[in-house]
Design a protein around this ligand. Structure first.
Ligand SMILES: *Cc1c(COP(=O)(O)O)cnc(C)c1O
Length: 384
């Protein structure tokens, strides 16, 4: 009999989600607005600001991708503009640049957090300016929950006066110097897709410190209707608001977010202990106490020169044969067929990590029995 599949990251309900959904049904709020939407926005605000909820504004949206699209529009990104984007990320970080007819400029990762490299970022900015075009924005990503080098990136952005869009899709619950990811930039985004640390089945949020910007985001996200009794439009709008049903799931999920972070961090610790004795495998840890990762996914790098020839791909296949899902890191955007004509600045770190890196099952709902199976599969792979 085939063993049950162990997933990389699967939805994990807390228990209260249905009560918020039932309330929406009882009150007939079956729409992309309503009390759950407002409640969910307030939950996120309170969480990210540790109860100083006036410090940020949150707009709940239909996806993280929609949030990135609106952030770029609010920053005035237009046809022909250039936007810098971390190369090693999910395509959703870069796609909205192209929706607007703008041009992505990709930048490599650094070794410590696997996120946008400050040195390469500055080289890219200088070169783009020298070529006649100052980038309109920088999209930096907290990949797999690990905060990027926030101080370094912010100081470069400030020096050249370029706004930052913080892609926190994978980093809800992560912190840098004790402040939550999602609060470090002009615009930040979250995702509540099915595989993220909490989910609304599909959804996202845009975070800003500017109330007017939030209002504009909601205006654009609800078809850009002018204030008139009839339907009048002076701008192009979108249908990007989160539904009151999905927001109900989100409200239930916010109640258990800290538990989800704790469980993911325990999975990470499990892998640290497991690989401690295996030569040639590096588990990506926080580079210093300034970093607190939600460890959405635990990432390892396999150096086959030191593992007696066991490669990343071999380990992945070992796990697959035991019905355990694992996955190579995001294929860098500058290596993607669809983005190959765009500029790239780097030294090959993202490429190396794409070749040797592996994401391991990290869900908050994995059981002791799952961990035993994962451990056996990994040990058998390295010991055979
Ligand atoms: C998931 C994800 C997104 C997009 O979020 P959706 O809600 O799926 O649209 C953007 N950036 C990163 C890094 C992601 O992992």
């Amino acid at each position: 009999m085939e063993k049950d599949k162990i997933w990389l990251s699967s939805p994990h309900m807390g228990g209260e989600e249905l009560s918020y959904i039932n309330k929406a049904f009882d009150e007939n709020w079956i729409a992309p607005l309503g009390p759950n939407v407002t409640g969910f926005e307030n939950d996120i605000k309170k969480y990210l600001t540790k109860n100083d909820a006036s410090a940020i504004e949150v707009a709940a949206l239909s996806s993280g991708t929609a949030a990135l699209h609106l952030a770029l529009i609010l920053l005035g990104v237009d046809r022909g503009d250039e936007v810098i984007c971390q190369s090693m990320t999910f395509a959703a970080s870069a796609n909205p640049i192209v929706y607007l007819g703008a041009k992505p400029v990709f930048v490599d990762s650094e070794e410590d957090t696997l996120n946008i490299c400050p040195e390469q970022l500055e080289i890219a900015i200088k070169d783009r300016i020298a070529l006649g075009k100052k980038p309109k924005a920088i999209i930096a990503v907290h990949l797999y929950g690990m905060p990027y080098k926030v101080d370094e990136i912010n100081s470069i952005a400030k020096r050249y006066d370029i706004p930052v869009i913080e892609d926190s899709a994978e980093a809800l619950g992560s912190k840098y110097k004790d402040d939550y990811c999602g609060t470090f930039a002009d615009y930040s985004i979250l995702s509540f897709n099915g595989n993220k640390i909490i989910t609304t089945s599909g959804g996202g949020a845009l975070i800003t410190k500017d109330l007017q910007a939030k209002k504009k985001a909601i205006f654009l996200a609800t078809q850009a209707r002018d204030d008139a009794p009839h339907y009048q439009h002076s701008e192009i709008g979108y249908n990007y608001r989160l539904s009151n049903i999905c927001a109900g799931i989100g409200r239930g999920q916010m109640q258990v977010l800290d538990k989800r972070v704790e469980a993911r961090r325990e999975m990470f610790q499990f892998y640290v202990n497991l690989f401690h004795k295996i030569k040639g495998v590096r588990v990506f840890e926080e580079p210093s106490n300034n970093y607190f990762s939600n460890h959405w996914l635990t990432v390892i790098e396999v150096d086959e020169l030191k593992t007696d020839g066991i490669s990343r791909e071999e380990l992945r296949k070992c796990l697959e044969s035991e019905n355990i899902e694992s996955r190579p890191l995001w294929k860098p955007m500058h290596m993607q067929p669809v983005f190959k004509e765009y500029p790239y600045y780097g030294t090959g770190i993202a490429e190396r990590m794409f070749k040797n890196g592996l994401c391991l099952p990290s869900g908050s709902n994995l059981t002791d029995n799952d961990r035993i199976r994962i451990k056996e599969a990994i040990l058998n792979c390295f010991i055979k």
